[in-house]
Design a protein around this ligand. Sequence first.
Ligand code: NAD
Length: 258
Amino acid sequence: MARTIVVTGSTSGIGVAIATAFAQKGENLVINGFGKADEIKAIVERLESVSKAGVIHHPADMTKPDEIADLIATAAKTFGTVDVLVNNAGIQHVEKIEDFPIDKWDQIIAINLSSAFHTMRAAIPLMKKNGKGRIINIASAHALVASPFKSAYVAAKHGILGLTKTAALELAEAGVTVNAICPGYVLTPLVEKQIPDTAKARGMTEDQVKTEVILKAQPTHEFVKAEEIGALALYLASDEARQVTGTHISIDGGWTAA
Ligand code: NAD
């Protein structure tokens, strides 16, 4: 029987790749995120044709707790429950602390950290009732190490590892695992958008940012592929991963080994 997978922020980049990986296994999907109506419709139709199961889009804004609660309630109402929750929505802003806009700080903490608390708060009772479940938080190499000019992002990503461990302990006997994936750089719109700001903050050209900042951080000097993160999410959601809980798995080309 198809499981039901909720992936936040899955209208772009890593989220859409994770949704696609689960669609290839024939699962029901609840996708979420912003975008043009026709583009979202095209993603839903593509996932449906791959999965042959149910696919819906819910437009919850991850800064709004009521809308997040409605995302999980809608998933349960539509498909009966939530089996796998992937907290993936995230944004970035690159600026030194003294110039960092206060509203950007609040928005990044809300989307990259607090939204995972709100989705988990709503989904955990469903998973406990089933005696099984999987929660996968898409963190970052920046959950383990810092970079200058990314204060809110690094703080939120470090925070989500703490939330991951706490939830794993609370759910250890409930058949529910909670883990984080810590990717290095993946060439998605999130990374492409920060190249001009990083160039400005560091006084570099955009090409220099790609080679001297981004790929310099990754010993393999290659971007991680979004599909590779999808494959890792499938593993964490599998029966074989039932004893993997309260931890993180890095997929960062060796970045955090240094
Ligand atoms: P992306 O910009 O391609 O996609 C972000 C998604 O989040 C989109 O679907 C967008 O609509 C959605 N989103 C943004 N704000 C939202 C809000 N308020 N409510 C609901 N949805 C919202 O980014 P990505 O690179 O695919 O990043 C996905 C996750 O992976 C993020 O948590 C990011 O921090 C993490 N990550 C990315 C990289 C990378 O190099 N790209 C590296 C490590 C971790």
